[in-house]
Design a protein around this ligand. Structure first.
Ligand SMILES: Cc1ncc(COP(=O)(O)O)c(C=O)c1O
Length: 442
């Protein structure tokens, strides 16, 4: 079978979704409310989700490896979260004032990650990273922010630079060049070249913000010493080191990448998992730096860093869902043993299948995260990902959906959840093998 056959099969079994997409196109630019949610020929429309499954409008049931942008570490609608949310919904979803549930979640986060000496809740990761770099500028009195080429920190204007390939080109209309002039990009995983760039800007360097693990840009772990090298440079030059743990926090381990890679960031950002499937962002870290945003002790706006939270910040529904998730993880650290093992099984199995078939392929990832790249040589940075055969990857992911009810958001990394088990991975491997045999990759 070739790709056309899988495409037709997908279209045949998603007719209701196609109609929903036609309606959607009249409502949303591109028919979607997040750019990456579109895929060819059109996305299916979800109507429900439970455990490791996503259900669509046509009654198809997919084993989900996208897991809500990798946020759902316990699967869809896990019992402890569903119970906490059901209780909270009857007791108010948005108080719009200080509330006890926010104290409880913050204390839980702090207990797990004592480096979160002080924090501020907001509703998205994009806000959290925007606030983090603003705090860095306020703290240092400097302007320049260094980020990785391909690094993704959300849609905030400040950090919307060198996100999409070709990375040296502007990110498009609406973002004026002046905004980018105080953002410098460094090549992920190349410490020597990164330090060279940083050396040139060190006098005006406010911070380095980095994902410990390139997530959106292609599931790439850091090379040994890379993150520590950046952290040391920031320390030596009175700049802040900010770790964006929005994907890795509570994912690589309960304590996240900070612990996993032995780092000591001045500030770090959290999101995704700690919202328990509800919207969240958290900017946190050193108490003294965070206190720059204290509106009580800094009444004078000349000394106060203007970071917010937003209408929905610390809403009790998110707070209780997040707390139920973190409590479960803290009590059941075996979750990590299980999902990491599944991740390892997927990476190993996929690597073998493609190697045996002599299809040039690299499977990247760590712990419970993984992604296949059709490329002959090692994948070490976002350029390697962008120049691999992304079209073939999209075809592979669509064929998995069409023929095997397995869902990856096309070209995006997969995440194991506690709701997955070995039989799912075996099914993924068998499905991949059968697609190889069908001739899809020829
Ligand atoms: C590392 C990283 N930072 C920030 C964000 C932005 O978070 P949000 O989508 O909640 O705004 C993301 C989203 O995927 C992310 O992966």
């Amino acid at each position: 079978m070739d790709y056309g056959d899988y495409l037709r099969r997908y279209q045949k079994r998603t007719t209701k979704s196609r109609h929903l997409f036609l309606r959607s196109q009249k409502l949303f630019p591109g028919g979607i409310s997040h750019n990456i949610r579109y895929f060819e020929p059109y996305p299916f429309f979800a109507t429900g989700a439970k455990s490791r499954y996503l259900h669509d409008a046509d009654g198809n049931r997919y084993t989900d490896y996208w897991m809500g942008h990798w946020a759902l570490i316990l699967g869809h609608s896990p019992a402890p979260v569903a119970t906490a949310l059901a209780r909270q919904v009857k007791n108010g979803t948005l108080y719009g004032v200080a509330n006890d549930a926010s104290v409880a979640l913050a204390e839980t986060i702090q207990k797990i990650m004592p480096v979160a000496e002080s924090m501020r809740f907001c509703s998205t990761g994009s806000e959290a990273t925007m606030y983090a770099v603003r705090l860095a500028r306020a703290k240092t009195g400097r302007r320049v922010i260094a980020k990785a080429i391909g690094g993704w920190h959300g849609f905030n204007t400040t950090l919307m630079q060198t996100v999409n390939y070709p990375f040296e080109a502007d990110e498009g209309p609406g973002l004026v060049q002046d905004e980018g002039q105080h953002v410098e990009s460094i090549p992920f995983n190349d410490l020597e070249a990164s330090l060279k760039v940083l050396e040139n800007i060190r006098d005006d360097l406010a911070c380095i913000i980095i994902e410990p693990f390139l997530g959106g840009a292609g599931c790439i772990p850091p090379a040994g010493g890379y993150l520590k090298g950046l952290q040391e440079f920031a320390r030596r030059n009175d700049a802040l080191f900010i770790l964006d743990e929005i994907v890795t926090g509570f994912r690589l381990s309960l304590k996240g990448a900070t612990k996993e890679y032995g780092l000591e960031p001045d500030l770090f950002t959290l999101g995704k998992i700690c919202g328990g499937g509800m919207p969240i962002g958290v900017v946190c870290g050193n108490k003294e730096i965070m206190s720059l945003a204290d509106p009580v002790s800094r009444r004078d706006k000349e000394t106060r860093c203007a970071i917010g939270g937003g209408t929905f910040s610390a809403n009790p529904a998110t707070m209780v869902a997040g707390k139920a998730t973190l409590d479960f993880l803290a009590k059941n650290e075996k979750v990590y043993g299980k999902i990491d093992k599944l991740g390892q099984m997927a990476r190993k199995g996929l690597t073998k299948i493609f190697a045996d078939a002599k299809i040039p392929c690299q499977v990247t990832g760590t712990n419970s995260l993984f992604l296949t790249h059709f490329a002959g040589s090692r994948i070490a940075d976002a350029t390697d990902v962008a120049t691999s055969d992304r079209a073939l990857l999209a075809k592979y992911h669509l064929a998995l959906m069409a023929e095997h009810d397995i869902f990856f958001l096309p070209t995006k990394m997969g995440a194991m959840s506690y709701a997955h088990d070995e039989s799912d991975v075996k099914r993924l491997l068998a499905a991949t093998e059968s697609l190889v045999e069908s001739g899809l990759f020829k």
